[in-house]
Design a protein around this ligand. Structure first.
Ligand SMILES: C[S@@+](CC[C@H](N)C(=O)[O-])C[C@H]1O[C@@H](n2cnc3c(N)ncnc32)[C@H](O)[C@@H]1O
Length: 358
């Protein structure tokens, strides 16, 4: 539980914290104070990510963040702390440890688990969380999410499908990420707005019903499909989202590795929050969530421990909104990272095509 009042005073649109998100959440974000969490943590890709310099690929810029993990004392402590609590998350993590053993993946999961517990604590009863990951760890993360939120709070596994340069590989090309959507409560009272206008009607539907809104006709005592005079808004958005990655020369590109497209965040924020709501991104990188939340009239809390993130976020929000919004930067850098991650450049080659898209 946080000992501090919320950093979002009624007049303030947002706050961005520099520091380790576990410490920041525990110390600065009160219980039930957030409406929507989107998190895009490292994916356990085994890589160190550098800023893009815009020069040659072999001349990478400064290190933005590290996504390499090794089992060690800190990971063992994180596991023991959760296991001793007797909660489902402790049992889930212990079970995974029994199966995986003390390996890199287990160190990564031991880092994620206490953070997921904090996500749930800070959410309001009507709130939701979208955990962005990829098939490297999505199956293990779903087990952890089930343990923290409860399987009844699972809503969707969203597939973000994109295209990128094919890799040479004796398997199908990897061209999607996964967003696990859970709600704080199972009661169905969470904020949710179905989205329209993103998908075309199926050819077969157009053939049968044209572009008019369909309605069920029960006049004959059974359900008969019919059409009204009204034009349809199209189908409600499904759980497969086709959105392009940010192109190398795209206007959105800020040089921060793994930067996600604004169009992706727009769907998350529009569907699961209302104007004025508080949106939290505890791994906020280049600040995509903060920028889109602000544009859509939401308030934000962002956290990142990378000094490069701070530089990019400051520039991005400054250019987009100038003095028009009141937001603050809170430096919690003394609560610097637990030494769970390690640099192991030797592995980068082995894990080609497991890096996050950007
Ligand atoms: C995949 S990137 C996020 C990219 C972001 N979605 C965007 O659109 O730019 C993950 C971010 O998490 C940050 N990070 C990793 N571990 C963290 C921790 N323990 N506390 C705070 N930030 C962390 C990294 O510095 C990195 O910026």
């Amino acid at each position: 539980m946080s000992s501090q009042p919320s950093p979002l005073t009624p007049a303030r649109r947002g706050a961005y914290f520099i520091g380790d998100n576990l410490d920041v959440l525990r110390e600065h974000v009160p219980d039930a104070s957030v409406d929507l969490v989107y998190l895009d943590p490292p994916f356990q890709s085994g890589r160190t990510y550098h800023l893009y310099t815009g020069v040659a690929a072999e001349e990478p810029g400064a290190v933005a963040f590290d996504d390499t993990w090794a089992w060690g004392e800190a990971a063992a402590r994180a596991l023991a702390a959760l296991a001793s609590g007797g909660e489902p998350i402790g049992r889930a993590l212990t079970g995974l440890h029994g199966f995986l053993g003390p390996c890199d993946m287990m160190a990564y999961l031991a880092m994620m688990a206490p953070r997921l517990v904090e996500m749930r604590r800070v959410l309001r009863a009507t709130g939701s969380v979208f955990l962005h990951c990829d098939p490297t760890a999505s199956h293990y993360l779903k087990v952890l999410m089930d343990a923290v939120f409860g399987p009844d709070c699972f809503r969707n596994e969203i597939i973000w499908r994109y295209r990128r340069w094919p890799a040479r590989a004796r398997r199908f090309q990897r061209m999607h990420d996964v967003l696990l959507f859970y709600t704080r409560e199972a009661s169905n009272e969470h904020t949710f707005h179905a989205l329209y206008g993103y998908e075309e009607l199926a050819e077969s539907t157009k053939k049968t019903f044209g572009t008019k809104k369909q309605r069920a006709d029960f006049s004959a005592g059974h359900r008969k499909p019919g059409v009204s005079d009204e034009e349809t808004k199209g189908p409600p958005l499904s759980d497969v989202w086709e959105i392009g990655v940010i192109a190398a020369k795209g206007k959105e590109r800020l040089g921060y590795p793994t930067q996600k497209p604004e169009a992706l965040l727009e769907r998350v924020i529009l569907s699961a929050s209302n104007e004025g709501d508080v949106v939290l991104d505890p791994f906020c990188g280049s600040g995509t969530t903060l920028a889109v939340a602000t544009r859509l009239g939401r308030r934000f809390l962002g956290i990142d421990r990378s000094p490069e993130s701070r530089r990019v976020v400051e520039g991005r929000l400054g250019r987009a909104f100038g003095e028009a919004i009141d937001w603050e930067i809170v430096d919690c850098a003394e609560s610097r990272p637990k030494p769970l991650a390690r640099t192991d450049a030797g592995r980068a080659g082995e894990r080609e095509n497991r890096s996050q898209v950007a």
